[in-house]
Design a protein around this ligand. Structure first.
Ligand code: HEC
Length: 149
């Protein structure tokens, strides 16, 4: 009974945004989403800028599903690294980790007023657009059309 409870508890934890972030993203983007200048773009006070643009929502989801590669400028610094794809995550895990990133570290205060959380259905939809998956390079080149500071 206790064991069953503990198993359920750890499964729930493995789905949770904070846990997914610390185990899969913090290594590069930093425990507080601060990134590392020139190597890994910050997510704090940055993903909130992306989400305000018309293409930003799709870009966030695509970056997680398909990865991203190619030069990108964020807050005056250039990054040209490789963001690994997390397509092995479930739709719910991708939504959870993105919603965590969009609300952690004070990001919640920077979200647009009409912001709606990312849903697993949106992720599922992005996964199967025309049955074709963009390459990390395509995600990177689409990103050049998004203007954020
Ligand atoms: C191995 C290091 C690494 C890991 C692990 C990693 N990222 Fe990234 N991430 C990067 C790099 C490098 C870029 C920029 C890619 C480029 O230069 O094109 C990036 C880009 C991004 C972007 C897009 C930023 C923009 O301005 O377009 C988001 C969002 C993001 N990562 C979120 C995450 C999340 C969430 C996780 C965990 C599930 C994660 N990353 C795990 C290295 C990493």
């Amino acid at each position: 009974m206790l064991l069953g409870f503990l198993t359920l508890f750890s499964l729930a934890l493995a789905q949770s945004g904070p846990q997914l972030y610390q185990q899969n993203c913090a290594f590069c983007h930093g425990e507080n989403g601060q990134g590392r200048v020139g190597a890994f773009p910050p997510l704090a006070a940055h993903t909130t800028e992306l989400i305000k643009t018309p293409e930003g929502r799709a870009h966030l989801i695509n970056t997680l599903l398909f990865g991203m590669q190619g030069p990108v400028r964020v807050k005056g610094n250039t990054y040209n690294g490789v963001m690994p794809a997390f397509g092995q995550f479930t739709d719910e895990q991708i939504a959870n980790v993105l919603n965590y990133v969009l609300n952690a570290w004070g990001n919640d205060k920077l979200l647009p007023r009409d912001h709606r959380p990312i849903t697993p259905a949106e992720v599922a939809n992005a996964r199967s657009v025309n049955g074709s998956r963009p390459t990390p390079q395509q995600v990177g080149s689409n990103r050049t059309r998004i203007n954020v500071p």
